[in-house]
Structure formats: C-alpha cells, structure tokens
Design a binder for this molecule. Structure first.
Ligand code: FES
Length: 115
C-alpha cells in the first residue's frame, strides 16, 4: 500500500477536525474529521467561492462538532457526506478524498496527492 501518511487514525477524535498541508504550501489544503465513528477526508475548499473553510487552525466544525462550517459566509455542511444544507452553496458539496488505513495510520493515496 502506498500513500502519503497524514496521521495516526486514533488522533482523529470524534466531533473534531484537523487540517493538513501535504503539499507544504503553508496552508492546509485538506482536512480530516471523524463523525459517527467514521473518518472522512475533504478538500479544504468551499464550493461557494473556492476558499478555505476554517477561521483558524483546525477550526472546521461548529462549536457542537455536528457541522462543517465555512466561516466566510456561514455555509453549513453535513460531516458525513460534505453536502451543504445551509448557505449560499446549498445543494453543492465539499470534495471528498479517498484515503487508506494501514496499521493504524491514515494515508492519502499518491494518486490523489497532486490533484
Ligand atoms: S465562501 Fe464559503 S460560504 Fe461563501
């Protein structure tokens, strides 16, 4: 199995999110969250204006951890599938990224690394 190691899976805590900068560009281009026990990886780009979602490091979720929030204009996304349910991009969705699990690690397949 080949891929870019992002973190340990057990570091992705239920109801929390964490951003990553796999390209070393100085900004987190994707983020990982755990919701309902399942891990998801999304590109950090709002479908409204194609900007990052968080207002500061790792702040991608609502205070109760139940929604992904774009802090530019308050769009609200379902954490389980990235669909926007409230805000200017309602009906659109965050881009979900595939990931792999190996020996307790979360890996991003290299095929997605340069997208
Ligand atoms: S840029 Fe995300 S809601 Fe406007």
């Amino acid at each position: 199995m080949s891929g870019l190691v992002l973190c340990r899976l057990d570091e992705v805590v239920e109801g929390q999110a964490r951003g990553f900068d796999p390209h070393g560009q100085g900004a987190d281009s994707l983020f990982v969250l755990r919701h309902g026990g399942r891990v998801r990886v999304y590109r950090n780009r709002c479908p409204h204006l194609q900007v990052p979602l968080e207002y500061r490091k790792d702040r991608f979720l609502s205070a109760d951890g139940q929604w992904v929030i774009c802090y530019a204009h308050g769009a609200r996304f379902r954490p389980e599938d990235g669909t926007c349910v409230h805000g200017p991009c309602r009906g659109q969705a965050l881009q979900a990224l595939d990931y792999q699990e190996a020996d307790g690690w979360l890996l991003l397949p290299l095929s997605q690394f340069d997208r």
